[in-house]
Design a protein around this ligand. Structure first.
Ligand SMILES: NC(=O)c1ccc[n+]([C@@H]2O[C@H](COP(=O)([O-])OP(=O)(O)OC[C@H]3O[C@@H](n4cnc5c(N)ncnc54)[C@H](O)[C@@H]3O)[C@@H](O)[C@H]2O)c1
Length: 279
């Protein structure tokens, strides 16, 4: 899709952070935007900040983990704007921990949001984009954690690897239907992502209680030192218009990718040199 101008975008996680910034930048480039989020008050604030023109911005409360809520949100978008061209499956939460210590209900919670939320968005919206024949674009928010997986963040990393792999498949599958696919893979961005794990189903400390915890403070400082989400969103819009698959951000983090592929190369060379599977 070469132009965002005049298109209709649906953005999950649109009440905060990267979703809100992508909505802002798409609006600036002439799109109309439906914001979707489970945070009703956040949505109200976001709409008030973006535009009072309901032909440009509207919102719908929606939990991406629930497929039926995405279906209703899609219907609300069609009712309001007539059609959808750009879908941003962006809502996500963070969860880390050590093996043996992460309750399975928390694992299911993050998979339902970070992976199934993306699946629900694709399943519902891809046929709707195909049906109007004007083409479109799907952006799934992955992460650098979908390419390089440091310890301590197993559940988050697993969901983001899944989103990257799924997006790579979608790219090939949706190309014949004139639907482009991008996977946004940022490093640290200045948002509220590090506070989302406090909503996990097993409970644990509240955000208020965690504020004195040195581990939380360290993460808070890292996130506050992250990129401006509006700048990332500008780059996302450029990459959508260029139909780029991977949307990377931090130059410095390429070193992690290089190290990973060096490891893959070395381990592949080991079996080639061994020769036991030679045809
Ligand atoms: N901030 C970073 O450093 C960073 C880096 C890499 C990837 N990401 C990814 O970016 C995406 C956006 O996160 P962010 O950084 O803007 O954080 P954020 O917390 O500021 O925004 C996330 C938004 O998603 C919403 N949300 C969470 N669960 C939801 C659900 N079940 N249904 C609907 N809405 C839900 C929240 O209410 C919030 O508005 C996430 O997928 C995150 O994993 C963030």
């Amino acid at each position: 899709m070469s132009d965002i101008q005049g298109r209709v975008a649906f953005v999950t996680g649109g009440a905060s952070g990267l979703g809100l910034s992508m909505a802002r930048i798409f609006l600036k480039r002439g799109a109309s935007v439906m914001l979707a989020d489970r945070d009703a008050e956040g949505l109200e604030r976001a709409v008030a900040e973006l535009s009072s023109d309901t032909n440009q911005v509207a919102s719908v409360v929606c939990d991406v983990a629930d497929a039926s809520e995405i279906e209703k949100a899609a219907q609300a978008t069609i009712d309001h704007f007539g059609k959808v061209h750009i879908v941003v499956n962006n809502a996500g939460v963070g969860l880390g921990g050590q093996p043996g210590e992460i309750p399975l209900q928390d694992w299911r919670w993050i998979v339902d949001i970070n992976l199934m939320g993306v699946v629900h968005g694709v399943e519902v919206f891809a046929p709707l984009i195909q049906s109007h024949g004007e083409g479109g674009h799907i952006i799934n928010t992955g992460s650098m954690a979908g390419h390089v997986a440091p310890g301590g963040m197993g559940p988050y990393n697993a969901t983001k690897y899944a989103v990257v792999g799924y997006s790579e498949s979608l790219k090939a599958e949706l190309m014949p239907h004139n639907i482009g696919v991008s996977v946004l893979c940022p490093g640290w961005v200045r948002t509220n992502i590090h506070t989302t794990g406090f909503g996990r189903p097993s409970g644990g400390p509240t955000l208020e209680e965690a504020k004195d915890d040195p581990q939380f403070q360290e993460m808070d400082a890292v996130i506050k030192g992250g990129l401006d989400p509006d700048k990332v969103a500008e780059w996302v819009a450029d990459c959508v218009e260029a139909n780029r698959l991977y949307i990377f951000t931090h130059e410095i983090m390429k070193i992690g990718i290089d190290m990973k592929y060096a490891q893959i190369q070395a381990d592949y060379d080991a079996i080639i040199q061994d020769g036991r599977f030679k045809d």
